[in-house]
Write a protein that binds this ligand. Sequence first.
Ligand code: GBH
Length: 509
Amino acid sequence: MYAVDQRVSVSGYRSKMQDRLFVLLALVLQIGAGAEERELCFQNFKFGVATAAYQVEGAWNVSGKGESIWDRYTHERPDRIFDHQTGDVAADSYHLVEEDVRLLVDLGVQFYRFSISWPRILPSGFSNKINPDGVRYYNKLLDLLNQHNILPVVTMYHWDLPQTLQQLGGWTNPLIADHFVSYARVLFENFGPRVKTWLTFNEPLSFCQGGYGGIEAPGFGASGTDDYLCAHTVLRAHGMVFRMYDREFRKKQQGNVGITLDFSWPEPLTTSKNNQIAAEIFRQFSLGWFAHPIFSETGDYPPIMRKRIDYISKHQHFPRSRLPKFTPQEVEMIKGSADFLGFNHYTTYLVEKNYQPIPAQPSFDYDIGGIKTQKDDWPKSNSTWLKVVPWGFRKALNWVRKAYNNPPIIVTENGVSTRPGTQDLRRINYIEGYLKALHSAIYVDGCDVRGYTYWSLIDNFEWTRGFSERFGLYEVDYASPNKTRTKRLSAAYIAKVAKTRCLPQSWTT
Ligand code: GBH
């Protein structure tokens, strides 16, 4: 039954009973293999790799594409981007799509997670005019994937909002939710017959906090106000798209709709009660902000967010809470609006309680009540924020299992940046460590994880970090006219994992 289910999708619920049999069988097989050289294998599981439109496509103003907030931002605020780079050309995947699919075939992955650029499909942001070249591009990609039996996992929104909609306030404007629904309908109509796994949003925590509260595009930095407005619209938009899929497409298209949330694991700095509480509040404010309204039994924002932000807002003399309120109808509409959870995880933080008094200026960082740091002796990557802490992955997955009644999960991103070069043993080491942690989360702890996605297929435009951080299994030579892709050692590693569904023993470093 599960096998049949898997043919059409990487997600879809399986019963509790199947679950238990499955874990039991896996354990028996592994014990049978002997403890010494126990092979770690993943059953009924898929491996894939990911990219996102703005980060790889380039072709920012050709074939009818409209302007996105990242086009505008990189052009107007080069000072905010490392080396003043832009995604104008990036890895040029718009023109090199055949090449990218060749790499996917070479890796032997079961699925490819990519995102669709809203302004490439709807140049004005509105659905009155569809750009045929945009539709053609993604159809071509879907054709190629189909030819090679690679399943598409498609993100509708990976941060590249049409600039026209930003002029209206972007995600802080509640009406943008309606435009997102219209955009999603265009996607279901055009691509739904072939796409069975959808993600509405990638990492609303990152783009609401970074984009509306920080210095990612559009970069207004109104922390503690605009970030909450953004999240509120995004949660409504997500729920509305899920319900629209139910009403208009599910019966015919039989796909699954989820959302990708990012969760860095907040570990208490010390075992003190206060730091443990601070870490738990941090979890509620980072993952819970989006997961509680969708995946909890009660819906709505986490009670601790409601309580803290209401209280702090009052002390800052706001006439009402900076955290907007859902109507009871909205709570119901959003609750349960996902077939699975897309889960992005890269790193871990240590959290201690923040004892500072309430500041006059609102900020998310104060509301969250904790201060985050990382341990100096955790292995580094080539990104300041990313330290290698595999055990945090297992803890994060288990927290989700307990908090939300073990929802089906697809790990939609996990990865690490390294220095330029193809001898990336550090990347292999990272992947191996995190896959071991994932294996324990599934087969020891019982987390319902159905797939793993490595970020990223190729080096790409890392937002405000420009091209300085490389996450690819293939290196991209940005100076070469055809953006030459060169295979890294880690590509061979992932190929082996994807093919055997087991961790190769000979690679252990
Ligand atoms: C993912 O976000 C994105 O989905 C993807 O597009 C990106 O390429 C990938 O990561 C690799 O970076 O400076 O300490 O405030 C990862 C989550 C959230 C990580 C914001 C960096 C800034 C941390 N990101 N975070 S800090």
